[in-house]
Write a protein that binds this ligand. Structure first.
Ligand code: NAD
Length: 298
């Protein structure tokens, strides 16, 4: 693999993590954000990550400092990408913002540069034409807290060059990820393609009065040996995301989803029970019932 210089566009939650993970694995990293204020916020996020790498990965002070010194910060895109082998885009999940970004990036980046989007919900084909180099464009999708949750879903669109796809698999491995190739476009990649219907059906079982959340989780945990069930997973995700998803489905005419949305709003969100983040969701934290030794016995 010939990649040496990697530019990360957007230094928010995910962009800062991708930048630091890439620098930690020895690449030259350039971070681009819209202005000095956004860059300073990104720099602060990265400095907080340094502590997490020491705590979670037992990284030495020297290692975390060397990684930080591998990063340069830019508010001018053409400077940020002037020698980039790869640009990883982690800017807001808004179609027009991404389209404008790719139009401009396609003009200022060198011909050799490969572009990858970290978008969670859009398909690469939506932006492929805007890049003006569809064969050098694909999705490279990380999970939050990438130094621990180290999946990289690598997804082609129909015009992505197979060599570019294979190089991206190598790059993902080179920054410590487990590379998960997707050979065709799929909304939600692999993880959310499995997780979304799983969580949706669990919620339907409860709002339709068929079983309570603890029984649903217990069933899943005993029968599959899984360490947690769908409602424990929802507590990790927090109630806002499933609420927004079911509300959108309800507005499109889904009656079951409307019931779930109303239930999540009145029973959880309005009562401040957003999940682990607020100390209570379907379970109470830090000692949720499903972790009690007797939970699976009765
Ligand atoms: P965020 O809001 O935390 O960060 C976005 C960053 O982009 C900010 O620093 C902002 O200043 C910057 N920005 C805004 N407009 C820009 C532009 N035109 N050019 C360059 N930078 C610009 O967002 P995030 O949560 O890091 O999400 C970024 C992308 O990563 C989205 O596509 C999202 O779907 C994806 N993603 C997020 C998560 C997650 O858990 N947050 C997980 C996987 C993928």
């Amino acid at each position: 693999m010939d990649y040496k210089n990697i530019t990360i566009a957007g230094s928010g939650v995910l962009g800062s993590q991708i930048a630091y993970q890439t620098a930690f694995h020895g690449f030259n990293v350039s971070v681009f954000d819209i202005n000095d204020e956004a860059l300073q916020a990104g720099k602060n996020r990265i400095q907080n990550l340094m502590k997490r790498y020491q705590k979670d990965l037992s990284a030495s002070e020297e290692q975390v400092n060397t990684a930080f010194n591998n990063i340069n910060f830019f508010s001018d895109l053409s400077l940020a990408v002037s020698n980039a082998d790869l640009v990883i885009e982690a800017i807001p999940e808004v179609v027009q913002i991404k389209l404008d970004f790719y139009h401009y990036l396609g003009r200022v980046a060198p011909e050799k540069t490969i572009f990858a989007t970290n978008s969670s919900t859009f398909l690469p084909s939506q932006f492929a034409q805007a890049t003006e180099r569809p064969e050098k464009f694909l999705a490279l999708h990380f999970a939050n807290e990438i130094w621990k949750n180290n999946t990289a879903e690598i997804m082609k669109h129909s015009a992505t060059d197979m060599n570019v796809f294979n190089e991206m698999i190598k790059f993902a491995k080179a920054i410590g990820m487990v590379a998960l190739p997707l050979y065709k476009e799929q909304p939600g990649y692999i993880l959310n393609s499995l997780l979304s219907p799983f969580l949706r059906e669990a919620q339907y079982l409860v709002v339709n009065g068929i079983a309570d959340p603890e029984t649903v989780d217990k069933t899943w945990m005993i029968a599959t040996g899984s360490p947690s069930g769908p409602f424990a997973i929802l507590d990790v995700i927090g109630m806002n995301t499933p609420y927004n998803l079911t509300l959108a489905a309800a507005e499109a005419g889904d009656i079951e989803a409307a019931k779930v949305a109303k239930w999540l709003k009145t029973e959880f969100i309005d009562k401040g029970k957003l999940g682990i983040a607020t100390g209570e969701g379907f379970y109470k934290y830090p000692k949720p019932n499903f972790l009690e030794p007797d939970f699976l016995k009765n």
